[in-house]
Design a protein around this ligand. Structure first.
Ligand code: SAH
Length: 218
C-alpha cells in the first residue's frame, strides 16, 4: 500500500488511464504492458508510490534516470512492432523499459555501458519475469550489437548528438525501425525506417534525455 492507502495496481491503472491513454497512447499492447510491470521494482526502494507513478523521470543512481512513463509509451508506440520481433535497446538503465518490451512479447537484446546498472536490472527482471527472452550486455551502444543483428526495432534511451551509423546498419532492411532522441540541448525524437538501403526519417516531439555517453569519455 502507498502512503495514500492505494495499491500499486491502482496507481498503475491511474497512470495508464490518465498519463498514457489520456495523452493519446492507443496501442492496447503498450497499455497492457505498462499495467503489468510494477515500476516501483526499478527505482530506489524508499520512493513512495505517488512519486514512482508520477509522470516524470526518476533518478536511478550513477547520474542516470528512468524515463517518464509517457515518453517510454510514446516511443514504443512509434516502433509499433508485432510480438516476437527482435528489438535492440540501448541504455538498459533501471531495466523498466526492458521489462515493458518483454511484457509486450518482444525478443530483447539490451545494451548498457555501466556494469552496475546492467547487473541490477538483470537481477530485478529475472526475479520478476524469469521466462522473459532478454539478453543483457555490457557494451557501448554507439556500436549497437552486431552479433544479433538485424533488428526489427532499435530503441535508444539516451541522446547522441547525431545518429550512430552502426544502428542504421543493424536495422532489418525489410522495414526495420529505429526510434531515438537526437541532439544536444534541444533534442528531437526521431523515427528512421529502413527499406533496403533507403532510410526514411520522421521527426516528432521535442524531448530531454540524458546524453548517450561516448565510451572514450569515461
Ligand atoms: N531505459 C532506461 C533509461 C535509462 S537512462 C530505463 O528504463 O531505466 C539511459 C541509460 O543509457 C543509462 O543507464 C546510461 O548509463 C546508458 N548509456 C549512456 N550512454 C551509453 C552508451 N554509450 N552505451 C550504452 N548505454 C549507455
Amino acid at each position: 500500500m502507498g502512503e495514500t492507502g492505494l495499491s500499486s495496481s491502482s496507481f498503475r491503472e491511474r497512470m495508464v488511464r490518465t498519463d498514457l491513454e489520456g495523452a493519446g497512447v492507443r496501442s492496447r499492447r503498450v497499455l497492457d504492458a505498462f499495467m503489468s510491470v510494477p515500476r516501483e521494482l526499478f527505482v530506489p526502494s524508499r520512493t513512495g508510490l505517488a512519486a514512482v507513478y508520477g509522470n516524470h523521470p526518476l533518478p536511478i543512481g550513477f547520474g542516470q534516470t528512468v524515463s517518464q512513463p509517457f515518453i517510454v509509451a510514446y516511443m514504443l508506440e512509434l516502433l509499433s512492432l508485432p510480438p516476437g520481433s527482435r528489438v535492440l535497446e540501448i541504455g538498459t538503465g533501471s531495466g523498466y523499459q526492458t521489462a515493458i518490451l518483454a511484457a509486450m512479447g518482444m525478443e530483447v537484446v539490451t545494451v548498457e555501458l555501466i556494469p552496475e546498472l546492467a547487473s541490477r536490472a538483470r537481477r530485478t527482471i529475472m526475479e520478476f519475469m524469469p521466462d522473459a527472452d532478454i539478453r543483457f550486455l555490457i557494451s557501448d551502444g554507439y556500436r549497437g550489437w552486431e552479433p544479433a543483428a538485424p533488428y526489427a526495432g532499435i530503441i535508444v534511451s539516451a541522446a547522441p548528438l547525431s545518429i550512430p551509423s552502426a544502428l542504421e546498419e543493424q536495422l532489418d532492411p525489410k522495414g526495420g525501425c529505429l526510434v531515438l532522441p537526437a541532439g544536444g540541448f534541444i533534442q528531437k525524437l526521431v523515427k528512421i525506417t529502413r527499406a533496403g538501403e533507403d532510410l526514411t526519417m520522421q521527426e516528432s516531439l521535442t524531448v530531454r534525455f540524458v546524453p548517450l555517453i561516448a565510451s572514450d569519455d569515461r
